[in-house]
Design a protein around this ligand. Structure first.
Ligand code: ADP
Ligand code: ASP
Ligand code: MG
Length: 461
């Protein structure tokens, strides 16, 4: 069971999480995964930026808010005998956190490694708090970091890749003895460590990934993701008012949705579950009796609807390589992707003009400058590329559904619906799985495009 930030946002919610754990613990062997409390990770990101600029005063200010709120929550959730011990743990973490921020501020240098170290405090603080709350509910628990639970990664800080074989082996060795003693492991999500012990993170939203990795390692029957909505919905409920919960969805569809939905679930989280065919339930911790969404290997027919859901990924940019020399020059596309890959730029979408005179790639906004520089160095001045252009602040709209496979006319309906709202489509690509058609629009047109699709395919109530 994984509890997201909103499900742990304050003392009553943390107690609610502990009640859910208590309810399911007698009949199941559980592993609990905790996210950071509420918006802590976002606040740590802000602190990192302030410290990097040397603004120690404002960084400290935000920091003390985090420290105070965690201590306050700790006192409210811990049982009488355990408050002291928990407060000592939190105070140690708090002073380590302070030293980290001071270090960054003095050097005015924030590496991806020090950033991960700083962000790790969200889960390092929340985990002992949740474990102590579960203890107060009368169960035996043990708080563990991701590394202590056995998850090892490479050193790609900020978006580290788990080393699957070692991690699975270590997780089994560390968790199973706890179960034998009827101890419930409460593991900090999102964070892990390299083999030599440097703290890494699995990318934003990574607690989902921690949960699925642990489940795959342990051969779990199910993975339950507790969040603040009733399940995976036909669209982001903050954009589409009449979005509805999807009761069933296949791994393939959910993968496309989460890859592009970004916010709902970590894009790589479904891989371990899908590989081992472990069903994932997404449930509302505020309304635990609701069924939620079941993600499984079954391809449900969705009542004959071709499109199942539509999602949006924001803060992306387009990098376009063009030149008359691109036409028929073999290997240029390969060179483009190789260059981006070796500069650690993740390409989210690709399209090539039929004239072959342009290749466009969608990448995260923050990677646009790096991508352009790398491509200029690698490709300019060799005769076939004349121009490398960039556009920032766009978003990808992904239309997902297994029924789209082999159904003609879906793309036509999608683009007609968007055109009716006078939204300009800048780039189009069909996902390789045929489960999705995605396109790029400007940042401001994103929500409108989502609503247009939702309406066109009658996805709502
Ligand atoms: P958690 O803290 O539990 O990990 P997240 O904030 O990461 O939760 O994700 C849940 C949020 O994702 C919801 O509150 C909802 O606003 C948003 N969201 C975006 N798209 C969807 C969707 N298609 N279905 C459900 N929720 C979505
Ligand atoms: N706390 C981390 C984040 O906000 C991981 C997570 O919540 O899944 O990104
Ligand atoms: Mg999340």
């Amino acid at each position: 069971m994984k509890f997201g930030g909103a499900s742990l946002a304050n003392a009553p919610r943390i107690k609610n999480a502990a009640r859910i754990i208590q309810r399911y613990s007698p009949k199941n062997k559980l592993v609990v995964v905790a996210s950071a409390i509420g918006e802590t990770t976002d606040q740590l990101v802000k602190i990192a930026e302030l410290a990097k600029r040397g603004d120690l005063r404002r960084a400290r200010n935000l920091l003390s808010r985090i420290q105070v709120s965690h201590l306050k929550i700790a006192r409210l959730v811990a049982g009488r005998g355990d408050t002291r011990e928990l407060v000592v743990i939190l105070e140690q973490l708090n002073s380590e956190l302070e030293r980290t921020v001071e270090g960054i501020a003095h050097l005015r240098e924030l590496t991806s490694r020090s950033r991960d170290y700083l962000l790790s405090f969200g889960e390092r603080l929340s985990t002992p708090i949740l474990a102590t709350t579960v203890l107060a509910a009368g169960l035996k628990t043990r708080a563990l970091t991701g590394a202590e639970a056995g998850i090892a990664t490479d050193d790609n800080f900020g978006e580290a890749m788990p080393l699957i074989e070692i991690s699975y082996h270590q997780v089994q060795q560390r968790v199973e003895p706890l179960w034998t003693r009827r101890v419930i492991p409460v593991v900090g999500g999102f964070i892990a460590a390299t083999i030599d012990g440097s703290i890494t993170t699995l990318g934003r939203g990574g607690s989902d990934y921690t949960a699925t990795l642990l489940a795959a390692a342990l051969g779990a029957d199910e993975i339950w993701i507790w969040t603040d909505v009733d399940g995976l919905m036909t669209a982001d409920p903050r954009i589409v008012k009449d979005a509805v919960v999807l009761p069933n969805i296949s791994f393939g569809e959910a993968l496309e949705l989460s890859y592009f939905g970004a916010k709902m679930m970590h894009p790589r989280a479904l891989q371990p579950a899908g590989q081992k065919k472990i069903p994932v339930r997404i449930k509302n911790s505020f309304r635990p009796s609701r069924n939620g969404t079941l993600v499984s290997a079954n391809e449900s027919h969705n009542g004959g609807k071709v499109v199942k859901a539509v999602s949006i990924i924001r803060d992306v940019g387009i990098v376009t390589v063009s030149g008359s020399g691109l036409m028929g020059a073999p290997g240029v596309a390969a060179k483009v992707f190789q260059t981006l890959g070796s500069s650690n730029v993740n390409v989210m979408m690709i399209s090539q003009g039929s004239s072959e005179a342009t290749i466009s790639c969608v990448v995260a906004n923050r990677d646009v400058d790096r991508a352009v520089r790398a491509l200029q160095l690698a490709l300019m001045g060799q005769g076939y590329v004349d121009r490398i252009a960039e556009e920032k602040d766009a978003c990808i709209i992904a239309v997902v559904g297994s029924g789209m496979k082999g159904t003609p006319g879906v793309a036509a309906r999608i683009f007609a619906a968007v055109a009716k709202r006078k939204v300009n489509v800048r780039m189009v690509a069909q996902g390789s799985s045929e489960y999705n058609v995605s396109f790029v629009v400007s940042h401001k047109d994103g929500p409108d495009a989502v609503r247009a699709i939702h309406e066109e395919f009658n996805l709502g109530r």
